[in-house]
Write a protein that binds this ligand. Structure first.
Ligand code: EPZ
Length: 443
């Protein structure tokens, strides 16, 4: 995998646009198979995970094109309902094809997405929700064999507000006869985006963003067209990068409402932050102060995906801050690298105590998507040179991160390994998607 070479302590100055949301576009790509014809998704980011989803769509018989930031999916000739282990292992979001395949074809076969960097990542809530709607799901040696002669609307109560389980339930419910009520639904903004895309297909869905989502099934759907929201975790990452390196940056296309807890934390740490419409301005010129404890929580709480990048920024600041990671069992993979940079962080189960101090460059390795981004954030604020390996993880959720940071004045260079995985085939705009062989994805 490629390597970043970063020389820290260069203030970031200027303005950047925030690209479309990975966690919004992935379920929407899965939703395109619900109708015959050509759906169009605008503001679609050029990410490994997006191209991996596109590859699955092609394997199912769809035609896929990526043109100037829009993904065009023609699902007319969908001819399969099974997904290979190889494709399933690339990322967790492939499980989001379960609901729409059952709705469109009445069957689905796929392996359970792997346990991975963040923890076991079970899908029991997905399965329970789909069985409530009438699906018969058998686990045969790690392969899910799913059949649904008929899906019927039901009241579903999720044991916890799982984002993926909420999305899979919505994607199946549009193909069910009758009304489905999803209680204790996830309230993330990406769920609202999925609802709005489904409505562009003619579906009758409402309540997303709240704890109860209602789907009136049995409606014949047509292809949809939609522009996805900006990526709130990429926004949080850039805000943390400025907080870490210092400087003054304006984020364009960023919705401050979706990152309110991150803005509150960075403001408490001493950054000046203002927002107007879809712009966020941040200025940071002094070492960050410690802040009150950060508890990650389902939306609208502090997003677990922003925990690593905020921790990286505060690790180079001053004072003591406590992080409690309540969503995933193993989401401190970045701590080892931060400590190699001189950070003072003690981890005890789901708690991490950070005592800010000056960081220095080091040899680092990304082990998951947001943990990798955290290492970049820390390197930007560290004295000297850092080398960061494992960029395949970072490429899953950040489009052209190094180019964006360079445009703001960061000293960051991407050293490219010889092309041993056919990555060029994933360059945006090509219609062929070469399988990628990377360790199981966490996102
Ligand atoms: C989505 O993952 C996001 N991924 C994650 O972003 C994000 O961290 C997570 O939601 C929480 O916000 C995508 O949208 C593609 P969950 P998801 O189901 O749906 C447990 C990133 O970096 N759980 O809300 O998998 C689970 O183990 C990625 O962009 C069950 O127990 O998250 C976890 O502890 C990382 N059984 C908690 O719920 C289930 O059936 C929340 O998981 C499902 C989940």
């Amino acid at each position: 995998m490629d390597t970043y070479v970063v020389t820290g302590k260069k203030p970031l100055m200027g303005s950047v646009s925030v690209h479309g949301s990975k966690n919004s576009v992935l379920p929407i790509l899965a939703a395109t198979i619900l109708a015959r014809g050509e759906s169009v998704i605008h503001n679609c980011p050029a990410l490994r995970d997006v191209f991996a989803m596109a590859e699955i769509l092609e394997c199912l018989g769809c035609r896929v094109k990526y043109q100037e930031g829009s993904m065009i999916v023609d699902a007319t000739d969908l001819s399969r309902s099974d997904i290979s282990d190889c494709l399933m292992q690339e990322m967790r979001a492939s499980v989001l094809f379960l609901g729409p395949l059952l709705a469109r074809t009445g069957e689905a076969e796929m392996s359970c997405p792997g346990g991975c960097a963040l923890g076991p990542r079970p899908i029991d809530l997905h399965i329970k929700a789909l069985e409530e709607l009438g699906a018969d799901i058998a686990d045969r040696d790690g392969r899910l064999i799913c059949r649904a002669a008929r899906l019927s609307g039901r009241k579903i109560v999720l044991e916890l507000p799982s984002v993926g389980a909420t999305e899979n339930a919505m994607l199946a419910a549009v193909g069910a006869q009758g009304t489905t009520v999803i209680c204790n639904a996830a309230r993330e903004p990406e769920i609202v985006d999925l609802q709005e895309f489904l409505k562009s297909m003619g579906a009758k869905v409402w309540g997303a963003g709240g704890a109860t989502v209602v789907v009136e099934g049995g409606v014949q759907l047509h292809p949809g067209e939609y522009t996805v929201m900006s990526d709130r975790i990429v926004t949080a990452t850039y805000l943390s990068a400025v907080a870490s390196a210092g400087g003054e940056v304006e984020l364009l296309g960023a919705d401050y409402r979706t990152v309110a807890p991150v803005i509150a934390a960075l403001t408490e740490a001493g950054c000046a932050i203002q927002s107007l419409g879809n712009r966020i301005w941040i200025q940071s010129h002094t070492p960050l102060r410690n802040i009150r404890s950060i508890y990650t929580a389902p939306y609208p709480g502090f997003p677990t995906d922003a925990q690593p990048v905020l921790m990286a920024a505060l690790a180079g600041g001053t004072g003591k801050t406590e992080f409690i990671e309540t969503i995933f069992e193993n989401r401190f993979s970045h701590v080892e690298g931060l400590c190699r940079m001189g950070a003072d962080i003690q981890v005890d189960g789901i708690r991490a105590i950070v005592r800010g101090c000056a960081l220095r460059g080091a040899e680092l390795e990304a082990y998951d998507l947001r943990g990798g981004a955290a290492l970049v954030v820390a390197a930007l604020g560290a004295e000297g040179e850092s080398r960061i390996g494992g960029l395949g993880y970072i490429d899953r959720g950040y489009a052209a991160l190094e180019d964006t940071l360079c445009s703001l004045g960061a000293d960051i260079f991407r050293f490219r390994e010889p092309d041993t995985y056919g990555l060029e085939a994933l360059e945006p705009g090509l219609s062929t998607f070469e399988p990628l062989k990377v360790a199981g994805g966490e996102g």
